[in-house]
Structures are given as C-alpha cells and as structure tokens.
Design a protein around this ligand. Structure first.
Ligand SMILES: [Zn+2]
Length: 294
C-alpha cells in the first residue's frame, strides 16, 4: 500500500485512537490478549498473559505510540505504516489464527468486546510491547518533546533547529528523537502552512521563519486533532485524508495559491509541496531521478 492510503498514523490520529480506546476500555478488565503475528511482539518479560485479568486504568499517547495501562503494566503499540486498530463490539469466538490476514493481535475485554490490532501490506513494522514502564520501550525513551506540550515553546523550537544544523527542516520535523509525533504527512502540511522549503537547512531559519514554523506546528496539529475528536477508529483515515492540503495531493491545486502541488519521490514514500508557497516557484530536484541520471 502506498503512503497515501492513510500512511503512518501520526500524532492527531494516534491521539484520537487513544481517546477512543480510553472511552471504550474505561472500567473494563483485560480478559486475554491473543497474538497472531509473533514478530510484532517485541518483549517477552512480562509475558502477554500477565495482562489477563487486569483492570484498565487508562489509554494515553507518547509520540506515535499508544499506551494501554492496566494495573501497573503497559501494553504499548506502535502502528507504523498500514497499522490500525479495529474495534469490535463482540469478539468472534474462534481464536486468532497465526500468520493469516492482517490481524496481528487481539485484546479481548471482560464483556467480550475488544479490538484487533491490524497491519495491512507486506512491510511488517507493527510493534507491540508489554512493559512495566513505558520508558522501557526504546522508541519511547528516545522521544523528543511533544509539540503540543506546554513547554514546547518557540524558544525550544529555536534550540532544536540550531542543534539540527544543516539537516533539512523536513528531516528535523520527522525525527522522533527531536520532535515526537510528526511524520511524513504532517511535516508536509506544517511546512506548507509555514511557507518553508522542506530542503531548507534547519539552522538557517530566521527568527520570523522559526515563529512561522512554530505557529504552523501548533495550528496544523490542533486543527487535525479537533477534526478527529470524537471520531471512531473506522472514520479517522478518511478524515485525515480530507484534511490534508498538500500531502498526497500531487497534481491538485494548492488551496492557498492555486499552483499545482508537486512531489519528490523516494524509494518507499513521497513528499508533496507547493512551489509558489514554499520554494519561490522553483520545483525541487527529485533526488532519486537526478541520481539515476548522473
Ligand atoms: Zn500554494
């Protein structure tokens, strides 16, 4: 599957999934957890069976990770590309069969409702962890600041940009150890809103550009969260796609200036931008193509 059929769930979708699960799991206990894709389970101690019978305390988000806390244990999920959560009012009686279909794991609750964690496509990158502390998940312990946290100020962003040096600003935004929760889609959206070239070296942003980037990060994410709030998991992908202004919209008109949205392709993904809004009207070199032409 391509990156445009939803792509990797990013901060707004993961927040909405966590909120949706929090409401559904509130007051319930975990009856059992079934794992069909054994490669997705990254931990063995404590075993998944340690969750059986535990009362769910809450569901939260760390970057792009979902954290189901149950009586001191944490079931942590990183959905990756093609990964999703599918709620079921009534779990089928037959247990999950290993190795078949997109279902990687299933959480069954004490009222026989529950959810499947699924992964479409052939790239198996879904990751599930059972830990006593979410910081035991390497991807969580490495996370940079959450861009919606109160202490993520424009000064904090300025420090991040100067530390990132010549790294292109697109890469800086996507680096989970620098800023948590922004991926390929929302970095395109943020840069478009901030009118910045994705290739601009991070440390060269002026004070005004840093402020514009900061405002765009907060506005784009807050707007996406507002649109996702209250939606069920099944409705979120369509909502995400509707809300995107340039990402996944190659060849369409920029909603700000009317120019044609262009893309740069990489082996496994592509990014989109508006030349008029972001690069002084000049198309960016497609690095994959230019490398082939040398
Ligand atoms: Zn434009």
């Amino acid at each position: 599957m391509g990156g445009h059929n939803g792509g990797v769930p990013e901060l707004p979708e993961v927040q909405a999934l966590a909120d949706d699960l929090a409401a559904r799991l509130s007051g319930r206990a975990v009856a059992r957890v079934e794992v069909a894709a054994f490669s997705a389970l990254k931990t063995y101690d404590p075993p998944v069976t340690a969750l059986h019978g535990l009362l769910v305390d809450g569901v939260t988000r760390h970057g792009k990770f979902i954290d189901v806390e149950a009586s001191g244990l944490h079931l942590v999920m990183h959905l990756a590309r093609g990964g999703w959560v599918r709620w079921r009012d009534a779990i089928p009686a037959a247990p999950l069969r290993p190795g078949k279909g997109p279902q990687a794991a299933r959480v069954v609750l004490d009222d026989d409702s529950g959810f499947d964690v699924t992964e479409a496509g052939t790239q198996k990158r879904l990751a599930i962890y059972v830990v006593r502390d979410p910081a035991h998940v390497p991807g969580i312990s490495r996370l940079g600041p959450d861009p919606l946290a109160a202490d993520f100020t424009v000064a904090a962003l300025r420090r991040i940009l100067s530390t990132a040096g010549r790294t292109q600003v697109k890469g800086t935004l996507r680096d989970q150890s620098v800023v948590a929760g922004i991926g390929n889609a929302y970095s395109d959206e943020v840069l478009h809103a901030a009118r910045l070239s994705p290739y601009k070296p991070s440390s060269t942003l002026t004070e005004a550009e840093s402020q514009a980037l900061y405002d765009a990060i907060r506005d784009v994410l807050a707007d996406a969260i507002e649109r996702s709030a209250g939606l069920a998991a099944s409705e979120l992908k369509a909502e995400k796609k509707t809300g995107l202004r340039v990402h996944g919209r190659t060849g369409e008109s920029c909603p700000v200036c009317g120019d044609t949205v262009r893309e740069v392709s990489f082996a496994d993904r592509s990014m989109q931008y508006c030349p008029t809004c972001q690069t002084g009207g000049k198309p960016l070199a497609d690095r994959r193509l230019s490398r082939l032409l040398k």
